[in-house]
Design a protein around this ligand. Structure first.
Ligand code: ADP
Length: 431
């Protein structure tokens, strides 16, 4: 009998489509819970439930009704808010998943900091301030360099480094204006009434993709981020695995992240963690209660015995359906993804050089996700990449070289936009 898995997602899109393909491949029946559907013609969406992220009780009731007809075997979530709702649903239905409280902590950068501190993990100094507070209110606590950030946005949106009081004031006021943007106001989330300020942590950055299996961390991959992330904004570009680290260093990262996940209270399900490593230790920046976002999952393929090319989504579905993960490992080849850097502020018109970029040795895929007319905005305000490039090779260095060469072949064409009053001090606004 076909296992049945519920996926909680913000909306249906390319990420949920990857789950649909995987579900077909491994014989799992998918049911969606989303707060927005944009493709009602899909046959897999027969049993879709419509939910509101801030009404967990109603969502639990709706899913319970759905499960009465045919029981669910597990839940998965794509995105931070969906993960929290998935946790409520799992609790309501008695399915294994992270506890709701822990998913809520993971979603908040300041609650995470507090738990890591209490758990005895290396943490930078930090404090929150009301979003309207000025320099005077915090001057006695402030040190430099520091990082100013929102409590609950993602993709580095709104995260800025400040090296002195003047930069701090500029960063804080820019973040205030960002939090006033309509797409954030509409969320009506009290997390956006505050700003987090914390010490800048030096070091090289790594990400860990993992599965917590009843409290036990299974590492699916450790990614290196070979580009320095030193500010003033923190645009993610390349993720590559395996990282250039000895086994012991990898083990320390995994052990620290396992400790951080436990301190947050996460227990069962996918996690995606980010950390910075320096001589003082492994500083966990966050542990999200969800898998890696966007199309980046395509950089991961798994194998078990003679079965190869298993996508991350299939692994996650099998896990959610209760299958043992014993024997699964990442495929041997080095693999990487580049989130294409935002080329400036403007409306996306076209990109040239795609064929040339695809022809670079090692490049396995190139996807332009920007649509003509779409507003492309650099960090700290922007939050989506114009596309993704994937490469595989014998070594991480070869993968990184291929990604850079492919990127160099691309030429983005943007149409100018009238400068927005929102960002009067942004030099990029005249691009
Ligand atoms: P998001 O959830 O939006 O990714 P993060 O808090 O993880 O926000 O920050 C995004 C990026 O900003 C990190 O990956 C890192 O490169 C950088 N960053 C954030 N906080 C710090 C810090 N305290 N020290 C150094 N870099 C930081």
């Amino acid at each position: 009998i076909m296992p049945r898995v519920l996926i909680v997602a913000e909306t249906t899109g390319y990420q949920t489509r990857a789950f649909e393909e995987a579900a077909r491949a491994c014989g799992v029946e998918l049911v969606y819970a989303t707060n927005h559907c944009d493709g009602l013609d899909d046959p897999w969406r027969d049993g879709a439930v419509s939910v509101h992220f801030d009404e967990p009780e109603a969502a639990v009731a709706a899913v319970r009704a759905l499960a009465a007809a045919r029981p669910l075997d597990g839940v998965l979530a794509v995105g931070d808010r969906p993960a929290e709702l998935a946790a409520w649903i799992a609790e309501g239905l008695g399915l294994p998943f992270h506890p709701p409280g822990a998913a809520g902590v993971a979603r908040s950068k300041v609650l995470t900091r507090g738990r890591l501190l209490a758990g005895g993990l290396p943490v930078p100094w930090f404090f929150t301030m009301p979003r309207e507070a000025g320099l005077d209110a915090v001057a006695d606590r402030l040190r430099f360099p520091c990082v100013v950030k929102p409590l609950a946005l993602s993709a580095s949106r709104g995260v800025m480094r400040a090296n002195d009081p003047r930069e701090f004031e500029a960063a804080a006021s820019r973040l205030r204006r960002l939090l006033d943007a309509p797409d954030i106001r509409v969320l009506d989330d009290p997390a956006h009434d505050e700003i987090l300020v914390e010490g800048f942590v030096e070091g090289r950055e790594f990400a860990l993709e993992g599965l917590l299996d009843h409290g036990l961390l299974r590492v699916l991959a450790i990614f290196d981020k070979p580009d320095p992330l030193d500010g003033p904004t923190f645009e993610e570009t390349i993720y590559v695995t395996p990282p250039p680290l000895a086994f012991d260093a990898q083990r320390l990262i995994a052990a620290t992240i396992a400790h951080a996940a436990a301190a947050i209270g996460l227990t069962h399900g996918p996690i995606h963690a980010e950390c910075r490593v320096n001589a003082r230790g492994v500083f966990v920046l966050e542990v999200a209660a969800r898998p890696i976002g966007g199309l980046c999952a395509r950089a991961l393929r798994f194998a078990r015995g003679d079965r190869t090319g298993v996508p991350l989504e299939e692994l996650l579905l099998r896990f959610a359906a209760g299958e043992s993960m014993e024997g699964y490992g990442r495929e041997a080849a080095a693999s990487g993804v580049m989130m294409l850097p935002v080329p400036g502020l403007g409306r996306f018109r076209a990109v040239r050089g795609v064929d040339e970029a695809r022809a670079v040795v090692g490049i396995t895929d190139l996807v332009i996700t920007a649509r003509p007319g779409q507003l492309i905005e650099p960090l700290p305000e922007g939050h989506s990449y114009p596309g993704f490039v994937f490469a595989r090779g014998e070594s991480a260095d070869a993968v990184v070289a291929a990604l850079r060469e492919a990127h160099a072949a691309l030429r983005f064409e943007l149409d100018r936009v009238i400068a927005l009053d929102r960002w009067p001090d942004d030099p990029a606004r005249d691009a």
